[in-house]
Design a protein around this ligand. Structure first.
Ligand code: ATP
Ligand code: MG
Length: 406
């Protein structure tokens, strides 16, 4: 395979057998830059695997390559590094995003903390703003196409897979893509009618999925009934988030919110410090058991006081089951009935009282201590931490650190 300048892929890169993903069009592998030793991702399509679709596939891969170059550098769009072609193989070399895609992240860890979702969705918004500003629609925004670098805190997300993206000028000639089931907006399923609001709808689906660990609509016309935002999984999610989701997941195209609606939403304004342009600070590797205990007690106590005094204040999320129990004095030792509210298989990333059960807080919080086991060494002793105790704002990333450790 050669690139446009006639350079040979095999001279520049060493292919590994380590597979990052398997899409409909291609497989993505890790490759090593032979000069610098840096690792990259390579999306590879082979004629023998796609004999019947080969010419269509060539079109998609070339198109993706062109669009990625047109978009240029953006912190939340996967970076293009080169394209190579031979008569039997096509490859796009991109930056390697460690951590995989958001679908894999949810499969490993279940629903994410609202604070984490906030940071990630704001980045998706930034990527879509760039695209729409250039007159490009992505048309396939979904968890699998949102890569997630979990080595930073908050995680850095990057949009990938531009195979179905179109520029406004090509839109009239290319209306044949019907989107991905579960993510396609009503007017796309019925039309397809492609506008920027189809990406906005998909952004709403992604936000919902991250918070609840499930898609809001489970069949093609599931949107005829409003998305569930009131079941137990949603008790701990802020009203601001729910109002925004209602605006983004509005089936009527004209009434649906836009990127501007998102930008001006109360939810986006919840954590102004997360709107910084500079790259997020590196994530701490772990917290000790005692640090977590202290934070846990502090946080529960503050919440209890605020709630019993009737001044709950601007909580960033709705009260969980345990918080309600604490507020009404009905907490028991039986464990938090709200644990795993959001359906998270691997424990969610929200710093609620159920997330930790230090010895001195167990009776107060009534939480199970299993999630903390990984923070102790083999003898059950605390890990030694050199860094100072984190603020409560940092607390929410504890779950994420479990990802990094894995
Ligand atoms: N740069 C990257 N770094 C890490 N993983 C990646 C990267 N690019 C892609 N992947 C992984 O490979 C998967 C497939 O990539 P991609 O979506 O580009 O392929 P596709 O064949 O176009 O997929 P689709 O089935 O959506 O059409 C992604 O979902 C992701 O898990
Ligand atoms: Mg994909």
């Amino acid at each position: 395979m050669l690139d446009a300048a006639g350079r040979c892929f095999d001279t520049l890169y060493e292919m590994s057998t380590s597979k990052l993903g398997d899409g409909m069009t291609a497989c993505v592998f890790v490759v090593k830059d032979r000069t610098t030793g840096a690792l990259r991702a390579c999306k590879l399509a082979e004629r023998r695997a796609q004999r019947h679709n080969w010419s269509r596939l060539c079109q998609l891969m070339r198109h993706e390559s062109t669009l990625l170059q047109e978009i240029g550098y953006h912190p939340n769009v996967v970076r293009w590094e080169g394209s190579f072609a031979s008569c039997n193989r096509l490859a796009i070399v991109m930056e390697l995003v460690v951590g995989g895609d958001c679908q894999q992240l949810l499969q490993r860890h279940g629903a994410l903390a609202e604070e984490t979702v906030h940071a990630m969705i704001c980045q998706l918004f930034a990527a879509l703003s760039r695209l729409h500003g250039l007159g490009i629609l992505h048309r396939d925004v979904k968890l699998e196409n949102l890569l997630c670098d979990t080595s930073t805190r908050p995680p850095r997300v990057k949009l990938c897979d531009f195979g179905h993206a179109v520029t406004q000028r090509d839109l009239m000639a290319d209306r044949q893509f019907y989107g991905t089931p579960g993510y396609a907006a009503p007017e796309v399923v019925q039309g397809p009618v492609w506008t920027a609001k189809a990406d906005v709808w998909a952004m709403g689906i992604v936000m919902y999925a991250m918070l609840a660990n499930s898609l809001p609509f489970d069949c093609e016309d599931g949107w005829r009934r409003p998305a569930d935002l009131s079941s137990r999984a949603w008790w701990r999610v802020s009203l601001e988030a729910k109002l925004l989701l209602q605006a983004l997941l509005e089936p009527q195209l004209d009434a649906r919110g836009s990127l501007q609606t998102f930008e001006q939403s109360a939810w986006r304004a919840l954590s102004p410090d997360q709107r910084r342009d500079e790259p997020p600070a590196p994530m701490r590797q772990a917290f000790s058991y005692s640090e977590m205990s202290a934070m846990q007690v502090q946080q529960s106590e503050a919440r209890r006081k605020a709630m019993t005094s009737g001044r709950a204040g601007p909580l960033p999320h709705a009260a969980s089951w345990t918080e309600l129990q604490l507020a009404t004095g009905t907490a028991s030792d039986a464990g938090d009935a709200g644990a795993g509210d959001a359906g998270g298989a691997g424990g969610e990333l929200w710093p609620g009282p159920a997330a930790a059960a230090p010895a001195d807080a167990a009776s107060a919080a009534g939480a199970a201590d299993a999630p903390l086991a990984s923070l102790c060494d083999e003898n059950g002793d605390d890990q030694v931490m050199e860094t100072p105790a984190p603020s409560s704002a940092e607390f929410s990333s504890i779950g994420l650190m479990k990802i990094v450790e894995k």
